[in-house]
Design a protein around this ligand. Sequence first.
Ligand SMILES: [Zn+2]
Ligand SMILES: [Zn+2]
Length: 99
Amino acid sequence: MSKNKPVKFTLTIDIQCGGCGSLLHQGEGFPKFCPCCGAGLERYCLRCQRKAEMFFEEWWPQDDHCIRTYSPAKRCSRCNAVLEMEGENRNQDKEEYHN
Ligand SMILES: [Zn+2]
Ligand SMILES: [Zn+2]
């Protein structure tokens, strides 16, 4: 196994939806919503009011080809709070409005 990574390599970026698991191919920038199920791909931490970074895994099918798969963060990288799905938050908002 060689440790020398080629200087020039192809980077493919995929985004995996946390809701339905579909794999999206990145075009211009990151999509905010999954085109399949409409789930938000960005997560915001309610505790520190910041956008949580997506995490990614890399693999190299060839020496000069890297595939990076991003998934929505399940926990905040700063305060480690569990990040909820958007749909669950919406239901809670409705209940609060009721009172
Ligand atoms: Zn989806
Ligand atoms: Zn946080």
